[in-house]
Design a protein around this ligand. Structure first.
Ligand code: DX5
Ligand code: ZN
Length: 228
């Protein structure tokens, strides 16, 4: 067993939207470590998903960790609603507004772990004064907005440099977008702790036939662990 173990966080963006509760229970039974919930506003990203009422409705179906990724701007007016919906982690984008420092403070004040997400085009320099206020950094390996996009390889080097910047701080590095058994080992070797995967987890399975979810998770996990 490797010393560090990689967590797999299926994104329900690739689940059956008419069956979130069953999909979540199925994917957890098949080995998911966290459930990743993608909130999109049609403004910060060119796609719309759902808001706090749906997040609250799925909460009782999650027995692991509810990892809420906000692709919205502004963020601050909605933090309390997502915290009250039962989020364990709330991740906001560095690019979502001029006051990300305040946003991260507000997430922790609401009782949640604070995540900071970076778009592929965003560098690490602006994070220097934020590192002591985050529990997780989410490196996007696709431009946010859609599942099933192609992995952007330049982000592997970003993760390597981020790992160095973090040093011994208790911050988890999460990778979101384009994760497959081929790309997972690159990010694991570079320093990732948590791999979000949507299309690569849900493909081939369904609530009626969830075994492929387990096989897909196992293949990503094995490829990642082998690179540690
Ligand atoms: C993209 C979302 C991701 C997405 C990943 O904007 O933040 O979480 O669901 O999907 P895949 O794994 O298919 O790239
Ligand atoms: Zn996401």
């Amino acid at each position: 067993m490797p010393e560090r173990s990689i967590k797999i966080a299926p994104s329900i963006l690739s689940a059956d939207f008419a069956n979130f509760g069953q999909e979540i229970r199925a994917v957890e039974a098949q080995g998911a470590d966290w459930i990743h919930v993608d909130v999109m506003d049609g403004h910060f990203v060119p796609n719309l998903t759902f808001g706090p009422p749906l997040v609250k409705a799925i909460r009782p179906h999650i027995s692991t960790v509810m990892d809420v990724h906000l692709m919205i701007a502004p963020v601050d007016p909605y933090i309390d609603a997502f915290a009250e919906a039962g989020s364990d982690i709330i991740t906001a984008h560095l690019e979502a507004g001029p006051h990300i420092h305040r946003t991260l403070q507000a997430i922790r004040a609401a009782g949640c772990k604070a995540g900071l997400a970076l778009n592929p085009g965003t560098g690490l320099a602006d994070m220097a004064y934020l590192l002591d206020m985050v529990d997780l950094v989410c490196v996007m390996a696709v431009n946010p907005g859609f599942g099933g996009q192609k992995f952007i390889h330049s982000q592997v080097d970003k993760v390597r440099r981020l790992r160095e910047m973090i040093g011994d701080r208790p911050i988890q590095i999460e990778i979101d977008g384009g994760i497959t058994p081929d790309t997972a080992p690159l990010m694991a070797a570079a320093g990732a702790d948590v791999l979000v995967a949507g299309s690569a987890v849900f493909k081939g399975g369904s609530v009626a036939d969830p075994a492929p979810y387990g096989e897909n998770i196992r293949r990503i996990r094995e490829a990642a662990d082998a690179a540690l």
